[in-house]
Ligand binder design. Structure first.
Ligand SMILES: [Zn+2]
Length: 183
């Protein structure tokens, strides 16, 4: 049994240098790789936004976002620097239903159909460290769902990227007030 798992949220090219490029994304990837280098024994789970081309969150369908992380495109791929740490069984895909926005990776499923929570329970993990993109949306929603499900949740502050600087700060304050540790 490992003492914690690292959960890497949406470190995908569209959020790094693509259609929804976020502030601080390359730095967040570099910091995440450095963190993994120091703590390489722990399981690493990847959350991946993974949309069909007609997803309801895209502007053409009336949603708030430009097309992003479309299945089969470069924008949906995990950053190359993290590929050495990717285990396909520990990749959880979200946003696959065209009708449903899904910021949280909590209900994400791996290719075997197992949910994030299910796999964490199988690994007897109670404590998670979360990093990724974007603080205000998918990192926050994923962290809050994990907290509600009873996991001890910490967020790696240096390993985050965001849509908006003020939104990032506010989200971190609110997450801290809910019981999510910032480390
Ligand atoms: Zn999305």
């Amino acid at each position: 049994m490992k003492d914690y798992a690292l959960i890497v949220v949406d470190m995908l090219y569209d959020f790094i240098d693509g259609s929804l490029a976020c502030q601080g994304a390359e730095e967040a990837v570099t910091a995440t790789v450095a963190h993994i280098g120091k703590h390489h024994d722990n399981p690493i789970l990847f959350i991946c936004d993974h949309h069909p081309a007609n997803h309801s969150s895209f502007a053409a369908q009336g949603g708030p976002w430009p097309p992003h992380c479309v299945q089969g495109t470069r924008g949906a791929q995990i950053h190359d620097a993290l590929i050495p740490f990717v285990d396909e069984d520990l990749c959880f895909y979200k946003g696959e239903n065209p009708e449903q926005e899904q910021y949280s990776g909590f209900e994400g499923k791996n290719s075997a159909g197992q949910s994030l929570a299910e796999v964490l329970q199988l690994m007897e993990i109670e404590k998670v460290l979360v990093c990724g993109i974007a603080t205000e949306y998918c990192v926050r929603n994923t962290s809050e769902d994990l907290l509600k499900a009873g996991f001890k949740v910490s967020v790696l502050k240096e390993c985050l990227a965001y849509v908006d600087g003020d939104g990032h700060k506010k989200a971190l304050e609110e997450m801290a007030s809910e019981g999510i540790r910032l480390i």
